[in-house]
Design a protein around this ligand. Structure first.
Ligand SMILES: Cc1cc2nc3c(=O)[nH]c(=O)nc-3n(C[C@H](O)[C@H](O)[C@H](O)COP(=O)(O)OP(=O)(O)OC[C@H]3O[C@@H](n4cnc5c(N)ncnc54)[C@H](O)[C@@H]3O)c2cc1C
Length: 390
């Protein structure tokens, strides 16, 4: 018979596992805040999977751990403390729960194992030129021909498409009066003829986002999730889970700690400036601790199948701004010294590999947090609509 959970023993078990199983070269990448790619994420996912910890958030019957939300929270905290990478989100946190909730039994059998063991890599094809905040205006069209859809259109800002095997994609399957109707969710293998992926150069020098062109791409109807025309419902269910990324505050607190160490080291001879920056970090810490409490509520609500209401938007809005502010403190601490090390957008340039560059890169990359997954203005609209009903 199993007794009450000993959370301290659980914490020790996870810490021991993280320190002995996460390869030092992977932890070194995380510890220096360098950017992650499939080469880093996939082997770590495989290790977690082999230990039975591949999907902490999934129900046990699909390979989840069966942990309660406090255990999941301890797991996230320990992973951040030990510099283990956060798990790649597109399969595990975004698409997986959608397939579990809305997919057919055949789709569950086919797609969940590859997400769980890290052998299938997913990206998100939602945004298009002219359809970002106003996602329901998307125009990529899927025309039915027998057992296939023929897809024509363009996606943009597609993170990690260049290293993914599959793209979960919102497409328009009919032109109804209301634009939210007539959208469907298709799972498209990225090696299908007619797909072209082009990189987008961003200010932080990291190749992360892409344009994806779809030219007469044939996709089996069996790859449609749920019902035709109901993709908006599934897409929004998924977006809520994407915004809950803000509930995992542990890596943000770890980054705040690193920044505190940086401020202490850089400004040892400048106590006034040091104190001012430390004050800003204290404010940020208070906000993150508030978000952590809210995040625990949200994770509990997800596990109990409750409606999440405002929580995903509030979390996304608050943590994205706070993390930006922390990265601004880092640049204020070292900015003058690092200014000549700005990289060109292609990632080259003088001192591109100089020590300390990660503070600048973190600052530049951090700008995106208030844009992706729905910009801050859009989150405020969502919150206002729910609070005031307009
Ligand atoms: C680095 C990065 C990674 C991304 N990854 C992905 C991905 O993997 N998959 C994917 O599908 N998409 C991805 N996106 C796209 C992202 O979701 C969109 O950029 C975002 O939704 C904003 O859309 P937009 O860029 O078209 O800007 P627009 O919608 O054109 O917005 C421009 C400005 O207008 C404001 N605005 C728009 N509408 C309103 C309104 N109603 N009220 C008030 N203000 C408004 C916005 O807040 C913004 O400041 C990514 C974006 C970036 C930058």
């Amino acid at each position: 018979m199993s007794g009450p959970i000993d959370y301290e023993a659980f914490r020790r078990e996870v810490t021991e596992f993280a320190l002995t199983h996460c390869p030092p070269e992977i932890r070194a990448v995380v510890a220096t805040d360098r950017k992650l790619s499939r080469k880093i994420w996939a082997p770590w996912q495989r290790i977690l999977f082999e230990h039975g910890w591949g999907a902490p958030g999934w129900p046990k019957e699909y390979g989840g751990t069966g942990w309660d939300h406090r255990q999941r929270h301890i797991f996230d905290e320990v992973m951040a403390e030990c510099d283990c990478p956060p798990q790649y989100h597109h399969g595990l946190r975004h698409l997986g729960p959608v397939i579990i909730a809305f997919g057919s039994e055949e789709q569950k059998r086919r797609f969940l194992p590859g997400i769980l063991d890290g052998s299938d890599w997913w990206c998100q094809g939602y945004s298009e030129p002219g359809a970002g905040s106003d996602l329901a205006s998307l125009r990529t069209a899927a025309r039915r021909e027998g057992d296939e859809y023929v897809v024509e259109g363009q996606k943009t800002w597609t993170s990690h498409a260049h290293e993914a095997d599959w793209m979960y994609t919102l497409v328009r399957t009919s032109k109804e009066a209301k634009k939210q109707q007539g959208i469907s969710l298709l799972l498209i293998p990225l090696n299908t003829p007619g797909i072209t992926i082009r990189p987008i150069a961003t200010i932080d020098g990291w190749h992360h986002v892409n344009e994806v062109f779809l030219d007469n791409v044939r996709v089996p109807v069996a790859n449609r999730v749920g019902e035709e025309g109901q993709g908006w419902t599934y897409g929004k269910f998924l977006l809520d889970r994407e915004r809950l990324g803000g509930a995992n505050v542990a890596p943000m607190l770890k980054q705040l700690d690193r920044t505190r160490n940086l401020v202490a080291a850089e400004l040892a001879d400048n106590p006034d400036k040091r104190q001012a920056l430390e004050q800003r970090l204290l404010d940020a810490e208070a906000e993150l601790l508030g978000a952590r409490a809210l995040g625990q509520e949200a994770v509990a609500a997800v596990m109990e199948g409750q409606n999440l209401g405002l929580l995903p938007s509030v979390l996304k809005l608050s943590t994205s701004h706070t993390v930006q502010r922390v990265s601004e403190v880092a640049v204020d601490a070292v900015g003058d010294r690092l200014a000549p090390r700005f990289r060109r957008v292609d990632g080259t340039g003088p001192n591109a590999e100089a020590p300390g560059r990660e503070w600048l890169q973190g600052y530049l990359y951090g700008r995106v947090r208030t844009i992706y997954g729905g910009s801050s203005e859009v989150q405020r609209n969502v919150i206002a609509r729910q609070l005031f009903g307009f």
